[in-house]
Design a protein around this ligand. Structure first.
Ligand code: C6P
Length: 409
């Protein structure tokens, strides 16, 4: 990986001051900053090649189509897909999961089970609640271990829950609140052994290390471009070819139809089948540029860097009085969530912002898990390739000031 000071110069947003202090951007699990290469790719498209795709024979339309399909190939290589046609562009993880959940709901019947886990983001929980309501299937949840959520999945419960009645097992690869990284390949293999279709929420992992959909083995994998240095409004649903072709389209309209009649129509195969309407061409091009950028930086090195900062933050935060740290004591992804007994997370985040430090406070779209843990909210620091140890130390110093302000030291 290039040196962090060198990397930081690639990110215009990081060069600013906030409240008179250099910005320490520690909210990367919400969205990552964008390198100049990604911004330039998007601007370049709009300045030179802007046109609709798949619909025109003029020069700009051909260039746009070439760039859009080139982006699909780039993303396919980035995630180790067998073929670019396995990559469906969506608006992001949320849309990808909704697409799968609505499509698979049509295959379920009463008595079937959809298995998810207690650590799911709302985006990988609510669509399955709806799929269960629509189909009469039952939604069951694998519990999270530990009173303070040591943060693993309860293996004994999983063994008992993973029966042949389970038709879908959906789970997050990396928890956005606990920092847990689930053993996705092993879980997919176990689910496959009972005949379940697997859906992997990779929002927090696809851009944070080596990521190989074939090795992981999920039938469907969802992630967002904006959390991996790409633009907002673009994401991916990866699926095995035959599965994508069997899935009923969630949206119909232009671009996805093979033969349209007045009363009946036939759909194209994947990926077009799941991309109705004008796609986010500039977004796909920006995402491809983000793949180039992350690969050049070194994906294994990024994962090691993020995890080391999270470990440092975990250890340093543990020194603060009255702090409750969530998630595994052992290896974790690049984020740490914490709560103080006497200071609300929103106050923590607001006062840290005065010091130029961007944290996130809230339930992180994990409301049921928070409720189980007896918490309304936590503060969260989440790291990426451009963050530094100095920023971790600044955060800890700022939190000491917060505790003093509230008389909680
Ligand atoms: N988490 C955060 O933690 P979208 O909004 O579609 O790009 O991603 C949704 C999503 C799905 N799964 C997981 C595990 C996630 O962490 C997220 C997004 C953000 O700050 C926003 S709540």
């Amino acid at each position: 990986m290039p040196s962090v000071p060198d990397l930081r110069r690639d990110f215009p947003a990081l060069l600013q001051q906030v409240n008179g202090r250099p910005l320490a951007y520690l909210d990367n699990a919400a969205t990552a900053q964008k390198p100049r290469a990604v911004i330039d790719a998007i601007v370049g498209f709009y300045e030179r090649d802007n046109s609709n795709v798949h619909r025109g024979l003029h020069a700009l339309s051909m260039r746009a189509t070439h760039a859009y399909e080139g982006a699909r190939e780039r993303v396919a290589r980035f995630i180790g897909a067998a073929d670019p046609t396995e990559v469906v562009f969506t608006r992001g993880t949320t849309e990808s999961i909704n697409l799968v959940a609505r499509g698979l709901a049509a295959t379920l019947k009463p008595g079937d089970v959809i298995l998810a886990t207690e650590m799911e983001h709302h985006s990988n929980l609510l669509p399955w609640q709806q799929a269960a309501h629509r189909s009469g299937a039952e939604l069951r949840l694998v519990p999270v271990t530990g009173a303070d959520a040591e943060g693993g999945l309860d293996q004994a419960a999983l063994d008992a829950l993973l029966t042949p009645a389970v038709k879908i097992f959906t789970f997050t690869h990396g928890s956005n609140t606990l920092g847990t990284v689930n053993p996705a390949a092993e879980l997919c293999a176990r689910a496959r052994a009972v005949g379940a279709v697997t859906v992997l929420d990779a929002a927090q992992t696809a851009g944070h290390g080596a990521f190989d959909v074939r090795g992981l083995g999920a039938d469907f994998t969802a992630f967002s471009g904006h959390k991996m240095c790409g633009p907002t409004g673009i994401g991916v649903l990866h699926g095995r070819r035959e599965q994508l072709d069997q899935l009923e389209p969630d949206e119909t309209g232009g671009g996805m139809v093979a033969q349209a009649g007045f009363t009946e129509s036939r759909w194209k195969p994947a990926p077009e089948r799941h991309e109705a309407g004008t796609p986010h061409v500039a977004g796909a091009i920006g995402l491809a540029a983000a793949c180039d950028y992350l690969e050049a930086a070194g994906r294994e090195a990024i994962a090691a860097h993020d995890a080391a900062l999270a470990r440092l933050a975990f250890d340093r935060l543990a020194e603060l009085p009255g702090i409750r740290l969530l998630g595994p004591r052992g290896p974790r992804g690049g984020l740490v969530s914490f709560a103080f007994a006497d200071v609300h997370a929103h106050d923590v985040v607001t006062l840290a912002d005065e010091d130029g430090i961007a944290l996130r406070g809230g339930h992180h779209c994990n409301q049921p898990l928070m409720r189980k843990l007896g918490l309304a909210s936590t503060a969260r620091a989440s790291f990426y390739l451009y963050n530094t140890e100095e920023e971790v130390e600044r955060m800890v110093a700022s939190l000491r000031r917060v505790l003093k302000f509230f008389g909680a030291t």
